[in-house]
Design a protein around this ligand. Structure first.
Ligand SMILES: Cc1cc2nc3c(=O)[nH]c(=O)nc-3n(C[C@H](O)[C@H](O)[C@H](O)COP(=O)(O)O)c2cc1C
Length: 172
């Protein structure tokens, strides 16, 4: 499937609804809820078995997903503000809680994401940081963009990680 061109038009979300999906341990989609299909514009058949980068927006820096995967592969959850792209190229910003699903022995058997409308002021702050991170990433790659993001976090406080920053913004 060819990826759509991003268009500068936002999809408005219902603040009461979650966009939910689950994956296997490789990150391939195993389940989506109806609201996921409604907002993304993709059918269940187009989504099941695919990686989530089907809805990846080109404005999202790679390093954000790198940090998210580092947490998940450690068995930890993480909240992140994410910009996604629908099948028609429109975008939507959501707070996404990524969680590992574990069996009775504590082994990770897959991942689930719950996404909810993010307030405008949080989007403005984070979109600006993502823009700067992406600019570095495009010119110098992911290692450089991770360094840039870490320098930004350090400026905010010695102990601030990307996950802490997202938690802070989520509560704000
Ligand atoms: C449960 C789960 C949900 C995900 N949801 C999204 C999502 O909504 N949007 C997105 O761009 N990536 C999502 N990802 C991350 C993608 O798997 C992928 O790492 C990301 O889109 C970056 O694509 P790339 O690896 O091709 O650069 C999710 C991953 C998991 C495990």
């Amino acid at each position: 499937m060819t990826k759509p061109e991003a268009i500068d038009e936002e999809i408005s979300l219902d603040p009461k609804k979650y966009i939910i999906s689950s994956t296997d341990t490789k990150g391939l989609i195993t389940d989506v809820n109806d609201y996921f299909m409604e907002i993304s514009g993709y059918s269940r058949e187009e989504l099941i078995g695919k990686p989530h980068n089907i809805i990846r927006h080109p404005d999202m820096p790679k390093v954000v997903f790198k940090l998210m995967w580092e947490r998940l592969s450690n068995g930890q959850d993480i909240i992140a503000l994410v910009k996604n792209m629908a099948k028609d190229g429109r975008y939507y910003w959501i707070f996404t809680t990524f969680e590992p699903q574990k069996n009775a022995n504590g082994e990770v058997i897959g991942y689930t994401a719950h996404r909810k409308l993010a307030p405008k002021h949080t989007i403005e702050t984070i979109a600006d940081i993502y823009r700067q991170v992406l600019e570095v990433e495009k010119k110098e790659g992911t290692e450089a963009s991770e360094k840039f993001l870490n320098a930004y976090l350090k400026e905010r406080g010695e102990e601030i990680t990307f996950a802490n920053l997202m938690d802070e913004i989520y509560k704000f």
